[in-house]
Write a protein that binds this ligand. Structure first.
Ligand code: GDP
Length: 370
């Protein structure tokens, strides 16, 4: 499943946020296989209202949401990239993630000590990104050294190596100044050349701005910390998600009814997980399609732009290999028609082939050869 890592300076609210998100998921999804693999790893269901609607139409026995794995990567401090033991372990934890949730302190509270003695999101982010960039730099330099030894024989191989070297030199220059690779906005081909290195600062990043209660309603507008963070995120094409770790941790202690009242008081519809997960999906350019029937209604995740066979492959590789056709109805049409049968009568049902590009919310039934 999709893997995200929560990073940030010490004392910015990472663990509070992680605990709240995972406890919340456990509480709200009692029927789903939720588990904490390790104390710092949680698997949370992707909240999606549409699942319930579809399961009612199909009288499904089960609902199976999409899942996201969240890892609380504590201990990333100045000097981590030089660290032999723990520092390295944290960095390799991040290397395994698909996206980074970079938690940033955007609240004032004299009771909570800031490691550098002052709240300054831009500098905080720079401190963490610098460590990640240094770790990347080591990887990149190692690769450059290897390429310079020039093992390639055929002209094609040589050309390929030259192209890779050209990108690596550029990347290395920027990493030396602590600039994340994603800031370079490399083209697709260039990104592919780097993909085996699994660079930390090339990963999609969502900044979770940890704000105080009153900033939730206004989404942080007027909060100078958040505004500075937004500027920074925009400049590198990253997302910002406004959260309050403290509020999250209070919410998980409440019964459903009390929660709704509390949220109303706060003047917000939802907090935390849904928005964060949406931000991750958007940043990773992911979308959801559904399968639904008496047995189960289930959400599946694909890249935006995936073809029908590729989407089928998410369920099983055999589905992709043997793909023939996909019965497809959009979510809206499916709900309005209350199922495939009426959608078909109304002409809202489509039989899509190999070239079909799956759309957000499609309901699909795959026909395939085994
Ligand atoms: P971590 O080191 O980044 O994992 O930070 P923790 O989650 O352990 O939080 C550090 C301290 O900050 C704890 O005392 C928390 O209670 C406090 N804290 C976390 N989030 C918030 C918040 O949103 N507002 C305030 N005022 N305090 C917070």
């Amino acid at each position: 499943s999709l893997k995200t890592g929560i990073v940030g300076l010490p004392n910015v609210g990472k663990s509070t946020l992680f605990n709240a998100l995972t406890e919340n998921a456990a509480a709200q999804t009692a029927n789903f296989p939720f588990c904490t693999i390790e104390p710092n790893v949680g698997i949370v269901a992707v909240p999606d209202e549409r699942l319930k609607v579809l399961s009612q139409i199909s009288s499904s026995e089960n609902i199976i949401p999409a899942f996201v794995e969240i890892v609380d990567i504590a201990g990333l401090v100045k000097g981590a990239s030089e660290g032999q033991g723990l520092g390295n372990k944290f960095l390799s934890n991040i290397r395994e993630c698909d996206a980074i949730i970079h938690t940033v302190r955007c609240f004032d509270d004299d009771e909570v000590i800031h490691v550098d003695g002052r709240v300054n999101p831009v500098e905080d982010v720079a401190t963490i990104n610098f460590e990640l960039a240094l770790s990347d730099l080591l990887q990149v330099e190692r690769r450059i050294d290897r390429l310079k030894k020039g093992k390639a024989k055929s002209p094609t191989e040589k050309a390929q190596e030259a192209a890779e070297l050209e990108v690596l030199e550029r990347v290395s220059l920027s990493l030396e100044s602590g600039i994340p690779v994603r800031v370079l906005k490399l083209c697709e081909d260039e990104s592919v050349l780097l993909s085996t290195l699994n660079l930390l600062t090339q990963k999609p990043c969502i900044y979770a701005a940890n704000v105080c209660e009153s900033d939730l309603r206004t989404k942080g507008s007027g909060n100078i910390y958040v505004e500075n963070l937004l500027d920074l995120a925009n400049s590198e094409g990253s997302a910002v998600c406004i959260v309050s770790a403290k509020i999250e941790s209070e919410l998980v202690q409440m019964e459903l009814e009390e929660r709704e009242f509390f949220l109303e008081e706060l003047g917000v519809k939802e907090v935390g997980l849904p928005a964060l997960v949406r931000a991750v999906y958007k940043q990773l350019k992911l979308q959801t399609y559904f399968t639904t029937g008496e047995k189960e209604t289930r959400a599946w995740t694909t890249k935006i732009g995936a073809t029908a066979p590729q989407a089928a492959g998410v369920i099983h590789t055999d589905f992709e290999r043997g793909f023939i056709k996909a019965e497809t109805v959009s979510y809206q049409d499916y709900v309005v028609s209350e199922g495939f049968a009426k959608a078909k009568e109304k002409g809202l049902w489509r039989l899509e082939g190999k070239e079909y590009v799956v759309k957000e919310g499609d309901i699909m039934v795959f026909k395939f050869n085994v």
